[in-house]
Ligand binder design. Structure first.
Ligand SMILES: [Zn+2]
Length: 323
């Protein structure tokens, strides 16, 4: 993790823009509309607060999928001399019997076990909202906009990114007027380990209507992987998903089918050049504003960026067509 001040990249944290050219595409609405989760709380004596903190560190912290970094675990109880404390989220332990088994290890006595309190799973983007949520739900700690840290932790190889974007832009423009059997949409899949690049293009009118460039890219990676596995020199790999941690570049914002296929493939990042206002499925302003890659209901997510500016022109495609 790089300290904000030491990050060599120029990041506009407020607008989510890196080096004036990559716009972070994220579900902003999600941060200011709390996604609430239930937590297990108990009341303990004020004198046991130190033991409680130690108990959390030893038994809970590493197991709970919720970090609670934006939440004060301890607040005053309604009863004099007592504290109400958050032990863990219901994502970690769902049923009471299991929770009570965990609490058997607690080196302090407790009462008023409850799972009815709710807290925001992720901290809000502004201090005002943090105060508001503290009043409504549970006391929060303001540590700045959580997305600032996300932006700060991204790693970019800009010369490499520019080279790939330039190539897909060129290939897409070369397809205009060609009898290629598809739309001038081109994608590139980059293997994170070898940096090998696989290019794919749309072929919906010559093969299948589902042969969007992203779908064909995933198929090419699958075919190569199959060949690799069946070769006599194949070694057992621990990878379980085909495009695990791949970076995907594409000329036009993917449609819902392609955006979902990228989720299933477990890619790391997608960078696209042109937004598709009516059919795109990543940008908050596109299509049904679904923001597929960062949708709460889906377990897996990927990073998405849109290239700003006109450095890499792409062919115009009817805004009602899925890419
Ligand atoms: Zn598509």
């Amino acid at each position: 993790m790089v300290k904000k001040k030491l990050n060599p990249l120029h990041i506009d944290y407020r607008r989510g823009i890196i080096e004036n050219c990559l716009q972070q595409v994220t579900n902003n609405a999600g941060t200011d509309d709390p996604h609430l989760i239930n937590v297990w709380t108990v009341d303990i004596s004020c004198q046991n607060s130190r033991q409680f903190v130690e108990f959390i560190r030893m038994k809970v912290q590493d197991e709970d999928p919720t970090t609670f970094q934006h939440i004060k675990r301890i607040k005053k109880s309604k009863a004099e001399g007592f504290l109400t404390v958050i032990v863990c989220s219901t994502l970690m332990i769902d049923n009471e019997a299991e929770f009570l088994t965990l609490m058997e290890c607690a080196p302090f006595s407790f009462h008023s076990t409850s799972r009815s309190s709710v807290v925001p799973a992720v901290g809000p983007s502004t201090k005002d909202l943090s105060l508001k949520w503290s009043n409504i739900y549970w006391p929060l700690v303001w540590r700045g906009n959580p997305n600032d840290q996300v932006l700060n932790d991204y790693v970019f190889d800009l010369p490499f990114i520019k080279r790939i974007l330039s190539e897909i832009s060129k290939q897409a423009r070369n397809r205009i007027g060609e009898r290629s059997g598809g739309l001038p949409v081109v994608s590139a899949f980059v293997n994170p380990k070898t940096k090998e690049v696989f290019y794919s293009s749309d072929a919906r009118s010559s093969t299948s209507p589902l042969d969007h460039s992203i779908m064909r890219g995933i198929t090419s990676v699958a075919t190569l992987e199959l060949e690799r596995k069946s070769s006599p020199n194949a070694r057992l790999q621990d990878e379980t998903y085909l495009c695990l941690n791949f970076d995907v570049y594409t000329t036009h914002e993917p449609c819902s089918m392609c955006a979902m296929a990228l989720i299933h493939s477990r890619i790391k990042r997608c960078i696209f050049l042109k937004r598709m206002e009516n059919t795109g499925c990543l940008d908050c302003g596109s299509g049904d504003s679904y923001c597929m890659h960062s949708h709460r209901s889906l377990n897996s997510k990927y990073e998405v960026f849109r290239w700003l500016g006109e450095d890499y022109p792409v062919p115009q495609i009817d805004s009602n067509i899925c890419c």
